[in-house]
Design a protein around this ligand. Structure first.
Ligand code: APR
Length: 278
């Protein structure tokens, strides 16, 4: 038996055991991994929830299959469906949720090592999480460029097109312009690969609102060292989390789950007032 490896980090797989671990000051390098589930209460649909998910509601776009709306080869032939959707999803209309404020609170307490997100809504930035603490694994609407010659495209121009549901074209080569969100068939940003080993340094990993179905993001939890506490707050069990001796599960709504954890840590008032200012 390797005496150096911590035999058990949590005294049980309960929320109180996790809160004790956090209050003891042992959680200094927290890695958070999130997906669309943390933005649904802001009014942005997730992708795969039955009935309410985006992929269940794209019939009006006459797609060959739902994920085509984010497929680069389909976009090249037919950019209209994406730009119809972009009109609905474009950032600026949505308020961060209390879950986004919880991630900001971890940063304020000097505990956040990195927030890996699959979301393109930038709500974590708007909640005050610093950019250098965020890895936007699937890009974001923050920048846009030509998919042929990579020429950057002005933000005010693309906003006009998205507002009018028209298709922006590159001013130099007339190629299609696309926000720098990662489409199926495209590479993830270098920033993801630069930081993808970070979960191995974590002393607590919190997974929030994701089905963990899309690679390579879904491989992040497998980087976690054995006996590092893992907390899953999600409407359903995912990623095999819950079977480990140091796993804690809060199966249900993530806003309710972060409030439960904050309360167990004695942070609830601080969290509520932080969110109230957002
Ligand atoms: N509270 C907790 N969990 C929630 C909530 C909520 N309010 N709403 C949804 N969920 C859960 C769902 O049960 C599901 O497990 O969040 C998860 C959302 O999963 P997806 O819809 O698959 O979203 P995500 O995991 O972010 O998708 C990954 O797929 O289409 C690509 O690029 C796209 O980044 C996206 C990627």
């Amino acid at each position: 038996i390797d005496e150096s490896a911590p035999s058990r980090t949590l005294a049980g797989r309960t929320l109180d055991a996790l809160a004790e671990y956090i209050k003891s000051g042992k959680a200094k390098k927290v890695v958070v991994m999130t997906g669309a589930g943390i933005s649904t209460s802001a009014g942005i649909p997730d992708f795969r929830s039955p009935d309410t998910g985006l992929y269940a509601n794209l019939a009006r776009l006459n797609l060959p299959y739902a994920e085509a709306v984010f497929d680069i080869s389909y976009f090249r032939k037919n950019p209209e469906p994406f730009y119809t959707l972009a009109h609905e999803l474009y950032p600026g209309k949505y308020r961060p949720t209390i879950t986004h404020s919880f991630i900001r609170l971890l940063h304020d307490k000097g505990m956040l090592l990195k927030h890996f997100t699959q979301n393109i809504d930038c709500l974590d930035r708007e909640a005050g999480v610093p950019g250098d603490k965020i890895v936007e694994a699937h890009g974001s609407f923050a920048r846009q460029s030509c998919i042929e010659c990579s020429m950057p495209y002005p933000e005010d121009e693309i906003k006009k097109h998205i507002e009018a549901k028209s298709i922006p074209r590159c001013e130099s080569c007339k190629g299609l312009v696309k926000p720098e969100i990662v489409f199926f068939g495209e590479q993830l940003p270098a920033d993801f690969f630069k930081h993808r080993m970070l979960p191995a340094e974590a002393d607590l990993v919190i997974v929030l609102g994701t089905s963990l179905t899309v690679q390579p993001f879904a491989s992040l939890p497998s980087m976690i060292r054995e006996h590092t506490p893992r907390l899953l707050i999600n409407k359903e069990r995912v990623g095999g989390i819950g079977s480990g001796s140091d796993d804690v599960l809060l199966i249900g709504d993530c806003d309710a789950g972060v409030r439960q954890l904050a309360e167990a840590c004695g942070w609830l008032d601080e969290l509520e007032s932080l969110w109230a200012q957002t």
